[in-house]
Design a protein around this ligand. Structure first.
Ligand code: GAR
Length: 191
């Protein structure tokens, strides 16, 4: 049995897409969804999906080893960041080398780094007049948005597209690919 933990801060549509994709796989379990945001939509989704949820605060995340210990105790094989908006502490990265992945709503290395998350990314892409955007799935290392890239997919942007339009196109790509890539990593890389 492979065990996944998902970190999410917002709506949780990617977390739900992953859960639904893996629902019939008897070899994979989503053991836990963790969030820093007590208002996050992902909490309701997790309840509907019967997945345990942990809401934690900043201090616990950055100033204690409790989250790392919990993930190790639960024998988590892969940590999946799905719209998680906090920097991952080094202690967590070191406990799960090449076992933490993230999805970013743009084609890294462009439109990554501090302040570039969620809707801000799509606003910047439209403001720059880009003709394409997309998604990047990557390993998480100590440098924000700079871990090794696993997969990218792109979509065309027209000059009439608003940031909301770009968000819709990018989310469609996310839901189509993130669950599949998670499934592949669990199968092929022995994580
Ligand atoms: C997704 O578009 C994800 O790529 C982005 O947040 C959104 C979460 O949506 N993540 C980042 O910006 C991380 N830097 P969701 O809560 O509906 O899955």
């Amino acid at each position: 049995m492979k065990r996944i933990a998902i970190f999410a801060s917002g709506s949780g549509s990617n977390a739900e897409a992953i859960a639904r994709y893996l629902a019939d796989d008897t070899e994979v379990q989503i053991s836990l969804i963790l969030t820093n945001n007590p208002e996050a939509g992902v909490i309701q989704r997790a309840r509907r999906l019967h997945i345990p949820v942990l809401v934690f605060d900043r201090k616990t995340f950055y100033e204690s080893d409790r989250i790392v210990e919990m993930l190790l105790n639960q024998k988590i094989d892969l940590v999946v960041l799905a719209g998680f908006m906090m920097l991952i502490p080094n202690v967590l990265i070191q406990a799960f080398p090449r076992r933490i992945i993230n999805i970013h709503p743009a084609l890294l290395p462009r439109y990554g780094g501090k302040g570039m998350y969620g809707h801000f990314v799509h606003e910047a892409v439209v403001a720059a007049g880009e003709v394409e955007s997309g998604i990047t799935i990557h390993y998480v290392n100590e440098v924000y948005d700079e871990g090794e890239i696993i997969f990218q997919a792109s979509c065309a942007i027209s000059s009439a597209d608003t940031p909301d339009d770009v968000a819709r196109k990018v989310q469609a790509l996310e839901h189509a690919h993130y669950p599949r890539v998670v499934g592949q990593l669990l199968g092929s890389q022995g994580v």
